[in-house]
Design a protein around this ligand. Structure first.
Ligand SMILES: *Cc1c(COP(=O)(O)O)cnc(C)c1O
Length: 387
């Protein structure tokens, strides 16, 4: 299934905008659910931060996936979209009282806690409400995933999680309190991970830790949350439009040693929404420099920041031209030299007004858009609007 762009419809829509292939999103969700269901006790939460477009969230919530949130705003968005509170987990190093309160009032499933002062705050707010908050400890497994340095999260030097040496103290703290209950362990090693070895290494750490807690404290927790991070093929968005969820879940099933009855939770963001989205933009000018040719498009780094922020690769297609390739830099209109989508890329000969698709932009695209240069936030168009 190749994403088909309704180019004749696009001709009447102001660019730039995000275009979402709903059929592909649904196929991706179906595949995740089908593959996870092959294993006992596997639960999938969609990581809302990858894309919180309310129309996509409604589709995702209706499918029955849970939600992984990293702010009170995301908890509210998940609830509004119709995710059941019992399937919402809330992570993040800096949860404020307000965010904790709204999550307690909603009765979310679990807080993934990252420090002792945070546990104190949750306990106090839960006590005021006469409730007991379920918490999982986010453990920093000290694993460097083979991905961009800015998106690894599981190294000792990262701000995330609790290090091994502090674990006993954190567990003692939770056990000493009346309004928090320890139900699990949480891990998340990073994003855009395509090498299963990284997930296998994480399984090794989880197994070690579980053995240690069992031996030293007689502790077996009912929930193991291994986070997200499964990558997608930015180089081939049509050929690999649905990520290899079978391999991903099989890897965990094979390498994670579970105690009887333990549930496993996954928090997948990018792998669920990336391939269904494209940023649609028009070529405003073709400019010849001294040694380069530039396609200046009407989308900028404010609409899709990944190339500027992480040197991320996105395929760029000219939907209007089938001429022979030429070599271009594709750049935006923003007053920053980093406002570049690609350099020295072969693209069919392009003319002013041509419509282009920046592919695999469904994750961390629209969600990270901002208004620099007084630019409006990009709009979104769903394929179902044309049916
Ligand atoms: C960002 C994040 C995820 C999702 O990561 P993806 O790479 O998009 O799958 C999952 N869990 C936590 C805690 C996160 O911060």
């Amino acid at each position: 299934m190749k994403t088909k762009f309704p180019i004749e419809r696009f001709a009447h829509i102001e660019t730039p905008f995000y275009y979402y292939d709903v059929e592909l999103l649904k196929k991706t969700i179906d595949t995740v659910q089908k593959e996870a269901a092959k294993h006992n006790g596997f639960n999938v939460h969609y990581a809302i931060k990858a894309n919180f477009n309310p129309r996509l969230l409604a589709i995702i919530a209706a499918s029955g996936l849970g939600a992984d949130c990293v702010s009170g705003g995301e908890v509210a968005a998940a609830l509004k979209a119709g995710v059941s509170p019992g399937h919402i987990v809330f992570a993040g190093v800096g949860k404020t009282d307000k965010e904790i309160a709204l999550s307690l009032d909603a009765g979310i499933f679990c807080f993934n806690v990252e420090s002792i002062p945070e546990i104190d705050a949750i306990d106090t707010l839960a006590a005021e409400r006469g409730v007991v908050a379920q918490v999982a400890i986010r453990v920093n497994p000290n694993i460097g995933a083979h991905t961009h340095a800015n998106i690894t999260t599981g190294l000792a030097e990262n701000k995330f999680g609790v290090n091994y040496e502090q674990l006993d103290e954190v567990i003692n703290t939770i056990e000493s309190k009346n309004n928090v209950k320890l139900i699990g362990l949480h891990f998340h090693i990073g994003s855009q991970i395509l090498v299963m070895d990284d997930f296998i290494a994480l399984c090794g750490r989880v197994n070690e830790l579980q053995t240690m807690l069992h031996e030293t404290r007689g502790l077996v927790l009912p929930h193991i949350n291994v986070g997200g991070g499964l990558g997608i093929r930015y180089d081939a968005p049509d050929k690999y439009n649905v990520p290899d969820f079978a391999l991903y879940f099989d890897t965990y099933a094979q390498h994670l040693k579970l105690f009887p009855g333990q549930q496993v939770h996954f928090e997948l963001g990018r792998s669920i929404v990336a391939q269904c989205g494209s940023l649609i933009t028009r070529a405003t000018y073709i400019k010849s420099g001294t040694c380069k040719k530039f396609i200046i498009v009407d989308a900028g780094m404010n609409d899709l920041v990944r190339p500027a922020l992480y040197s991320a690769y996105h395929r760029i297609e000219n939907l209007s031209s089938h001429k022979a390739d030429e070599v271009y830099d594709v750049v935006g209109p923003i007053c920053e030299s980093s406002d570049v989508f690609c350099k020295d890329r072969k693209i069919p000969q392009t003319h002013r007004g041509d419509i282009m698709a920046i592919r695999s932009a469904g994750a961390y695209g629209e969600a990270m858009a901002f208004g620099y240069n007084c630019r409006p936030l990009p709009k979104s168009v769903l394929s179902t609007e044309f049916e």
